[in-house]
Design a protein. Sequence first.
Length: 432
Amino acid sequence: MKFRRITIFILFFIVFALSIYAENENVVISDSTTAQDESVELRKHNFCHFGYGGSAGMFYHFNREVDGTDLVKSSLGSFYSVSMNYRALEQDNSIYDMAYGLPTINFGVMFGYLSHIKMRGNLPEADYNSHLGNQYTAYLAMHRDFLRKGRWSMGFSMENGISLTTTHYNKHNNVHNRFIGSNFSIYFGAGIYAKYIINPHFDVAMGLNFKHFSNSAMDRPNLGSNLMGIQAYVNYYPSPILTQPRKISYDLPKVKPDFYLDLSVGWEGKTLQEEWNYNETLDPSDPNYFTGHYRVRTLWNTSLAAMFRYNVKYASGLALDYSYSTYSNVINRIQQKEGINGHSAYRHVLGISLRHEVFYKQMSLTMNFGMYPYRHMGTLNKHLIYETVGLRWYPRSWGNFYMSYMVKAHGMRADGLQFNLGYRILRRNKLF
């Protein structure tokens, strides 16, 4: 578990560091006459933004232990994907595309062949192998180069989507699969890659990728599946691309910093670890013994943040977060059955968090890191620190309104799924 958290932290740090590096560098370094001549020739073409891609890779399932038992008996799986690629072009003059060094956006579907990953625990009544199950995923990705030289480039990618699995936890025939507990999971991926342009229509790449699947505590069990591996890519573009890119740098317009308030309200759903733990202690003849069916409990959330938008890409601020729990009585009832006293759960939760938002056109990646001045949720919920990460959508026709989804975590383990509506108050800079 500690290795998993360290690996995730290191990968996030690498991606963030590379984004800062790309922010301060000319992302293409080549000034050859060949490149200039080719650029003039290619401008005669009618450019199309779209292309097509495919990938394949081998991956290793690296979170293995549950309660000190090494469940995973075979760890290798593979992933295959096809995608439609939207590439930003210099002639678009989009302030966001210029800020990100002309990224590529991918809309894709991915197949994870993971049924060969087998698990087996110590339950005497379940003397068989369980399987992780295949994953069918629809995802959105951004690929951004941070270094280009001639036909070569290096970059990083981030992916997010929703996944359907064929074989999740089932107490009758798949009880050892504690990683994927429901049909649907949230998918997150990140990686770094090296790319080579073969000719004006094709490029190939090879990368190191991390993939994570979790139902965000919307069902139990919910350990999540973490995989690391090597992935190869090939992309085709009907319109030609420069095989010898010139040096490029973009003079972005000066943006006046903007202070505003961000108000949001929403719903958070989760299932309770307390119910799972209690059901494990029941008699095997009880229908709830190791059941995989749990009621989704509700929290109502509201948040008010003071935000500072200091450039095209970033805004940061401080938020006051309040939640109203509807399930504190359930926790108290379970603790009473277990003979636990003096650690009652209460409905009200108050948090203070640092917020950072990364913008791209009408979308943004939003992250919170906070602590609880007030939170009493029984013996299993003593975390003082919480994290949230998710996507926001700002439709042009909505003005200052937006909608979002967020995954909430404690100790970097998903503990709830949020859906919010929000409004930006006193926002003056309409460029964003």
